[in-house]
Design a protein around this ligand. Sequence first.
Ligand SMILES: [Zn+2]
Ligand SMILES: [Zn+2]
Length: 344
Amino acid sequence: MAVDRGVVLSGPGAVALEEIRVEPPGPGEVLVRIEATGVCHSDLHVIEEDGWGHAFPVLLGHEGAGTIEAVGAGVDRLASGDRVVLGWKTTCGQCPTCLRGEPRRCTRPPAAAGRLFRADGGELTPVLRTGTFATHTVVPVASAVKVSRELPVEQACLIGCAVATGVLSVLETARVWDGARVAVIGCGAVGLSVIQGALIAGAAEIRAIDLDERKIEQALQFGATHAGPGRVDFVFDVVGRRATFEQALGMIATGGTVTLIGLSPAHETAELELPALFGRRARILVSHGGDHLPQEDFPRLAQWALDGKLDLAGMVTRTAPLDAWQDALDTMQRGDVIRTVLTP
Ligand SMILES: [Zn+2]
Ligand SMILES: [Zn+2]
């Protein structure tokens, strides 16, 4: 059997592709051969924020798709050979939010602990309980959602984070209505997914805002109707900085909603003018990955892609082998790509 490999953050700033050891799946878990994994800003955030709450060493990657190679005891919903998209925002069914009927806001999604190790024996913490910058990973069965093989795997993987986050921020978090005016600040992969979600919701006007002219062009190709700010009913801040959040607050119409999606650097603050907030009857929402539920939402997102309602192909700028992880992070940081998809 070939040696398993994964991209590991072993300590602050120390990232390398190295040999890893993957144990067989335990009860209620599945072993997945990763065939495609998108390179998402959150992985960079994990590197820059010293693990972002994950214990070192960390196995990077969380936007993956692949094929089930083994299932643990008690798993009957999935079988070897199934094509799955991995979801990081699963639900425990037992925490206070789950018990009061809000599984989309679960704060304790289950993890498959004790399955992934470095060659020296140190246990790896997979990013967001998935760890997809790797040849194999092990996840709880709830984290694996079967999708059709008709959807190319390098497109399917995007459903696992960027697409679910963007589209469901519109449909579930903010609940954009038919005919609404929408603006998106930050037009990378998540922003383009917000635009596609706004089209599905029936938005009448979609404004694209980004400092990078290339991203505005892309946004217009994906269905944005205007470039630049204007008065709107819904603003999605995909960037999460003081400047973008304050811009979002300044753009909403009376009764408007600002939805914060982007991960802010530690200690980032913004200033609100409370009388203006009150006067506008504004709502401020936080979208945690679009409040998606993998088992409910991935199948409909995959179907929309197959039906041509979601353009995933246009979001995959390029594919590259796992060895190209560093270049993939660099090109993302420069904004040169919508998505690089690594194919381990
Ligand atoms: Zn829960
Ligand atoms: Zn992500």
